[in-house]
Structure formats: structure tokens, C-alpha cells
Design a protein around this ligand. Structure first.
Ligand code: SAM
Length: 215
């Protein structure tokens, strides 16, 4: 067994299954996607550690458990059209792409978006479309989405994203202060969000029209 496959299985056992992730499809995809190809060369040996890692431009690839948790909270069955805000390394999008029909992912920092695109090409992933823009405005021309995931900290769910979510759809996002938030799972019912706040988390801020201002 190659070194990284071994590390990945260890990561899934100790960080994902032991912490209570139960969705079998999520567990399988976390075993499959090579996280070490989504981190900078000099962090490759830390790729399966239990923490977020810097990816440049002041941004991070999220902790593996948080990626698994957010994915499980989306309750994916396989035929969904998903919107992700915050492509970053592309790891979360690659996980989603294995589990759904199509992924649309938005990143505001062009070099990160370009690197993520190259990774998708190298891995032969064809059902992800990357956009470079302010993700807080969503992608009106592609709406509605079955699921939306925001992987940066937001003061609240941006209004355009609520509008672009299907009735009965799920949105998962870290909501709260700029540097400390709660993971939110919200379900759209009668055009409004039914909110469930879960665990405390700390994400980098969502910068944009309906997010935080650049410092
Ligand atoms: N999902 C990523 C991954 O799997 O590596 C991790 C995302 S990282 C924690 C947050 C990302 O959100 C950063 O790359 C940041 O540049 C991006 N971001 C922040 N504000 C944004 C916005 N308004 N639109 C799009 N991307 C944004």
C-alpha cells in the first residue's frame, strides 16, 4: 500500500469515523480523494494531519473532519447540483464532485482558482465548474441549486444565496463573527431558512458584498 493511501485510511479511521461521521458515501470518498495533492509541496507530509493547513494568499484548506462534517450535513444522494463558495485548494469541491451530478465553485483569488482547476484536470474530474468572482452574489444564471456550501466565515447567509437555493434545499455554512462562528445547517422552507446551529468553528472570512469587508 502506498504511503499516502495508508495515511488517508488512518485519517478516516481516527478523525472521521471515530468522531461520528456515519454517511458511508462520505467515508468512502474521504478514503479516495488524494488530499496530499491539494496542499502546497512543502506541507505534503502534513496533508493528513488533524488540522487546517495554509494554501497561500492567507487562505487555508479546511481540517479533514470539517470537510467530512459539512459534506454529511448536505445529505447528498447523487443527483444534486451544488454551489460551493470558497474553492480554495479545490479539495472540498473534489469530494463533492464524487458524490453529486455537478459542482459549481466560486473563488475570489484567481491564482487559487487556477491551481484548483489544474488539480481537477490532473485528476480527471470533469463535473466541476470554477468561477472567479465574489461568491456572495452566487451564480444567478445557474440557479436554482439543490445544495449550497459556504467554506468561509459569513456574518449571515447572503440573501442572493437564499434566493438561489431550491425550496427544500440545504445550505451549510460557518455563520457568526469574523474569527469565530457556529456551523449552520439550514433548510429552505416557504422561502425562509429553518436554522440549526451545531458546533463552534473558526474559518477564514468570506470577503464580499454580502460578507465581510477586506481589512
Ligand atoms: N473549500 C476550500 C478547500 O477545500 O480548500 C477551503 C476554503 S478556504 C477555508 C476559504 C476560501 O474562500 C478562500 O480560498 C477564500 O479566498 C475564499 N473566499 C473568501 N471570500 C470569498 C468570496 N466572496 N467569494 C469566493 N471565495 C471567497
Amino acid at each position: 500500500m502506498d504511503k499516502f493511501k495508508h495515511l488517508r485510511e488512518w485519517m478516516v479511521e481516527t478523525q472521521i469515523i471515530e468522531r461520528g461521521i456515519k454517511d458511508k458515501r462520505v467515508i468512502e470518498v474521504m478514503k479516495k480523494i488524494p488530499r496530499h495533492l491539494f496542499v502546497p509541496e512543502d506541507s505534503i507530509d502534513s496533508a493528513y494531519d488533524d488540522r487546517a493547513l495554509p494554501i497561500g494568499y492567507g487562505q487555508t484548506i479546511s481540517q479533514p473532519y470539517i470537510v467530512a462534517l459539512m459534506t454529511e450535513l448536505l445529505e447528498l444522494k447523487g443527483d444534486e447540483k451544488v454551489l460551493e463558495i470558497g474553492t480554495g485548494s479545490g479539495y472540498q469541491a473534489a469530494i463533492l464532485a464524487e458524490l453529486v451530478k455537478e459542482v459549481h465553485t466560486i473563488e475570489r483569488i484567481k491564482p487559487l482558482a487556477d491551481e484548483a482547476k489544474q488539480r481537477f484536470e490532473k485528476l480527471g474530474i470533469k463535473n466541476i465548474k470554477v468561477y472567479i468572482k465574489d461568491g456572495t452574489e452566487g451564480i444567478p444564471e445557474e440557479a436554482p441549486f439543490d445544495r449550497i456550501i459556504i467554506t468561509a466565515a459569513t456574518p449571515d447567509i447572503p440573501e442572493p444565496l437564499v434566493a438561489q437555493l431550491k425550496e427544500g434545499g440545504i445550505i451549510v455554512a460557518p455563520v457568526g463573527e469574523r474569527y469565530s462562528q457556529y456551523m449552520l445547517k439550514a433548510i429552505k422552507k416557504d422561502s425562509k431558512l429553518e436554522r440549526h446551529y451545531l458546533i463552534p468553528v473558526a474559518f477564514v472570512p468570506l470577503i464580499g458584498k454580502y460578507g465581510w469587508k477586506e481589512e
